[in-house]
Design a protein around this ligand. Structure first.
Ligand SMILES: Nc1ncnc2c1ncn2[C@@H]1O[C@H](COP(=O)(O)OP(=O)(O)OP(=O)(O)O)[C@@H](O)[C@H]1O
Ligand SMILES: [Mg+2]
Length: 455
């Protein structure tokens, strides 16, 4: 077996011998014959380059003086090529002067021999350089394996670090939302009762004022008709003026109406807070999302018609197992935001389509757009750019919560000055049916608030 491999030369170090002189070439081949090396003679610089590139040798014996491309040039070229730079080169030259040797070294030659070449010297130098090459190869292989392993480990570590960072920020967000949910459920509960009796008392008070007004007016008439003595009539008129009774009678209904509106607004905020803190209950139903969109748009027609041209492009959709009231609320929030984003007049487009096993709804507006640095924050509870009394900043965080509860995703694309598109994607058959949102949001916090998801 060993003999065979020696005959075919397979597995033996190969030596490329380059000399334009056939006699020298044969002489050198002869000197190396009988050793455990495979010898490949070539007769020119160009052929040497081709042969070396075709099959990398372990050593090159290179004649310095050749017509055409001389040994120095071949050497320089091989040493500058990454694939061949590690191959040891022994420059053979008839010139013994210092200058040629220096030139050979400058071209990258590893050793040199002078003509006439001595057989033993040639064999010893060849053996040494082949040994050095072997160790060099081993070292490089080891280095490459090491570098690969370090890179793989670094990548693994990088991946683990990224997972850890995102899990940490997700946990932080969940924690924040959970405590926010508990807080809001508590506040909502506390506010709900007093707001309830404030509203009811205001309505009763309204009726009382109406009755008192009616009585005072009737009394006025009766006093006039019964001919009340001048003195009494004067003092009553004076008192009436001093107490500003006419103004009170005139102003009371609007004061009461404003208070009722305020109480109504507080109720709405409390409702939102309750929903956000999972206080509502519902049963998942097989639903036509296009119908959801239509019914939500019906509620908003009035808001939409003054400022916007509405376009609806409904696709054919499969029924989705969902909590329709909650999805309606998502669409309502997105549509109201779209209207608010339009300053004077613009377009609102509602599109729906099926994307594999998901139903998608896009709500676009041609409004002001959302600055890039705010896009990450819009889903945070209480984040709003609207003035006091105009926005609570809960709309999108509630929407996010609802969509995630349906196993879906909500994403946003926006360009300043051009408009914004929110896309809601809901699975047709969620792996877990949407949970009725429960009291005390801490028990079921949303999984995260990354607005880039799915965008
Ligand atoms: N379509 C949109 N175009 C421009 N900005 C938007 C759009 N939708 C949302 N935003 C920005 O995101 C913020 C948060 O929206 P979100 O719906 O959560 O709260 P809000 O609309 O301010 O108040 P509300 O709780 O009454 O909905 C808005 O204040 C606004 O700055
Ligand atoms: Mg909103």
């Amino acid at each position: 077996m060993r003999q065979q491999s020696k005959e075919s030369g397979e597995g033996m170090p190969s030596i490329l011998i380059v000399d334009d002189n056939q006699i020298n070439l044969q002489l050198l081949c002869g000197m190396l014959a009988g050793m455990s090396w495979r010898v490949r003679p070539v007769a020119s610089g160009i052929m040497a380059l081709k042969a070396a590139m075709a099959k990398l040798p372990d050593l090159i014996l290179l004649d310095a003086m050749m017509p055409g491309m001389d040994g120095f040039e071949v050497c320089r070229h091989l040493k500058q090529t990454p694939a061949t730079e590690h191959i040891p080169i022994v420059m053979i030259t008839a010139l013994t002067d210092q200058e040629s040797r220096m030139k050979a070294l400058r071209c990258g030659a590893d050793d040199f021999l002078s003509k006439p070449v001595d057989r033993s010297e040639l064999q010893v130098r060849t053996k040494n350089l082949l040994r050095v090459k072997k160790y060099g190869d081993l070292l490089r292989e080891y280095n490459e394996a090491l570098t690969k392993e370090v890179m793989e480990r670094t990548q693994e570590l990088q991946g683990a670090y990224e997972t850890l960072t995102s899990t940490q920020s997700q946990l932080l967000r969940q924690e924040k939302l959970a405590s926010m949910g508990v807080l809001m459920a508590g506040i909502a509960h506390e506010i709900n009762n007093p707001v309830g009796f404030i509203s009811s008392n205001l309505q009763t008070l309204n009726k009382y004022v109406e009755r008192m007004t009616e009585f005072i007016q009737a009394q006025d008439g009766a006093l006039k008709e019964s001919g009340c003595p001048g003195e009494t009539a004067d003092s009553l008129a004076l008192l009436r003026r001093r107490l500003k009774l006419d103004h009170i009678l005139l102003d009371s209904p609007s004061l009461l109406q404003e208070s009722l509106d305020g109480a109504q607004r507080v109720r709405k905020i409390v409702q939102d807070m309750k929903l956000f803190s999972h206080a509502n209950d519902d049963v998942p139903r097989s639903t036509d999302i296009n119908l959801c969109l239509e019914s939500t748009l019906n509620l908003l027609r009035n808001e939409l018609k003054y400022k916007t041209t509405l376009r609806c492009e409904y696709g054919e959709l499969p029924a989705v197992l969902c909590l329709p009231d909650q999805l309606n609320q998502v669409f309502m929030n997105l549509l109201v935001n779209a209207v608010h984003a339009i300053e004077v007049h613009g377009e609102v487009t509602v599109r729906s389509w099926r994307d594999g096993e998901r139903v998608c709804v896009a709500i676009s507006d041609t409004g002001c757009g959302i600055p890039a640095d705010l896009r990450e924050r819009i889903f945070e509870p209480f984040f709003t750019t609207k003035g006091p009394g105009k926005g609570t900043g809960l709309g999108l965080s509630i929407s996010y919560d609802i969509v995630r509860n349906h196993g879906g995703e909500i994403s946003v694309e926006s360009e300043m000055g051009k408009g914004t598109t929110f896309i809601v994607a809901i699975p047709v058959n969620p792996s877990h049916p949407p949970l009725p949102l429960r009291e005390g949001g801490g028990s079921n916090p949303p999984a995260g608030l990354d607005p880039q998801e799915g965008s």
